[in-house]
Design a binder for this molecule. Structure first.
Ligand code: FES
Ligand code: FES
Length: 359
């Protein structure tokens, strides 16, 4: 027996596993996650399907040891705070099951399909779901459920973007506390910074400022009027400034991503997908997945995820993914929309001895 740590449905879980024990066995028998079913035990039926870093796999064939530090999602992890995911709801609405034995595997396989293809055709659904066997013969209803979930996501996305278009017109400024968790995949470590952010829309562009308090005080300020990005490190009492005029529209887009951008703005720069609804601190947010249309940006950030409150057009969470697997997760609290910002919000707290370095 050896200790094993798995990340299941977003939580780190440590248990024991016998040499060669399968992931299915650990999930069901050691972690009590019995929603994942044992069917054939030979990788043929799909009843044991779970998501392995987003990819559907047969957990009856995967050694548990191969899943260490991998993000595993089981059927128990799809609902968020008691709210079923769109594909779960669609299965219920289409009554896409009879005995239900294959259903958790079917739903996870369908979830993975919709994550990579928002509007699959019949042929694409059949090809993707081909390895998931239903002895009750519910296949036509499974196909209908997947179409229903896809259509629901399309309708929801349109409604969210329309609402953002309306809210964006009233957006003037935002102030919030933030926590940034920067995850580095290669060393599997997360660094955390916290502080305050300020953003205001001015004629001709945006002004943005970050005041980082912990662990090391720092300030980052971008002012649209001279389009300079300034980075102040009090520890060495130095400001590094960079002319950002060439990247001005990128800076406007990415610094204000999820704050005051209209739905139409998002569609100009990104392929946008609705990934469901999540409640954060009592606020219902639309989870949007964005992939930049500009290949240059895509080389730096493979995907952005925003948890948007469309009624205020602000994000309560953002996640920026890099192709390496690194990501930054930003969480915002105490969000004040269109309030008067402090007079010094965009001023660097320098002194007469501060050195300025231009890049
Ligand atoms: S139980 Fe794993 S594929 Fe059948
Ligand atoms: S619903 Fe019975 S096996 Fe699919």
């Amino acid at each position: 027996m050896a200790a094993i740590t798995l990340i299941v449905n977003g939580a780190k879980m440590t248990t024991e596993a016998a040499p060669g024990e399968t992931l299915l066995s650990v999930l069901r028998n050691r972690l009590g996650l019995t929603g994942t079913k044992y069917g054939c035990g030979e990788g043929q039926c799909g009843a044991c399907t779970v998501l392995f870093n987003g990819r559907p796999i047969r957990s009856c064939r995967a050694p548990a040891a191969s899943a260490e530090e991998v993000k595993i999602v089981t059927i128990e992890g799809l609902a968020s705070k008691g709210v079923l995911s769109p594909i779960q709801k669609a299965f219920l609405e289409e009554e896409a099951f009879q005995c239900g034995y294959c259903t958790s595997g079917m739903i996870l396989a369908a979830h993975a399909l919709l994550a990579s293809n928002a509007k699959p055709t019949d042929a694409e659904i059949i090809q993707h779901m081909n390895g998931n066997i239903c002895r009750c013969g519910t296949y036509p209803r499974v196909v209908a459920a997947i179409h229903r979930a896809a259509q629901g996501a399309t309708d929801d996305l349109k409604a969210v973007l329309d609402e953002m278009n309306k809210s964006a017109a009233a957006f003037k400024s935002v102030q919030a506390n933030f926590v940034f968790d920067q995850y580095t995949a290669v060393i599997r470590e997360t660094d955390t910074q916290s502080g305050e952010m300020f953003l205001r829309r001015m004629q001709g562009g945006i002004d943005a400022a970050l005041r980082i308090d912990k662990p090391d005080p720092k300030q980052v300020v971008f002012l649209h009027k001279d389009c300079k990005l300034r980075f102040y490190q009090p520890r060495i009492n130095q400001v590094t400034e960079r002319d950002a005029c060439g990247d001005r529209s990128d800076i406007d887009t990415y610094m204000s991503l999820g704050f005051g951008a209209s739905g139409d703005d998002l569609l100009k720069s990104f392929d946008v997908k609705m990934a469901g609804w999540e409640t954060i601190n009592g606020v219902k947010t639309a989870k949007l997945e964005l992939v930049a249309k500009d290949p240059k940006v895509k080389n730096v950030f493979s995907k952005f995820v925003l948890w948007i409150d469309p009624a205020r057009d602000i994000s309560l969470k953002q996640q920026f993914f890099e192709p390496s697997g690194d990501y930054r997760l930003a969480t915002y609290t105490n969000v004040k929309l269109n309030s008067k910002l402090p007079d010094d919000a965009f001023q660097l707290r320098t002194n007469s001895g501060t050195k300025v370095v231009s890049q």
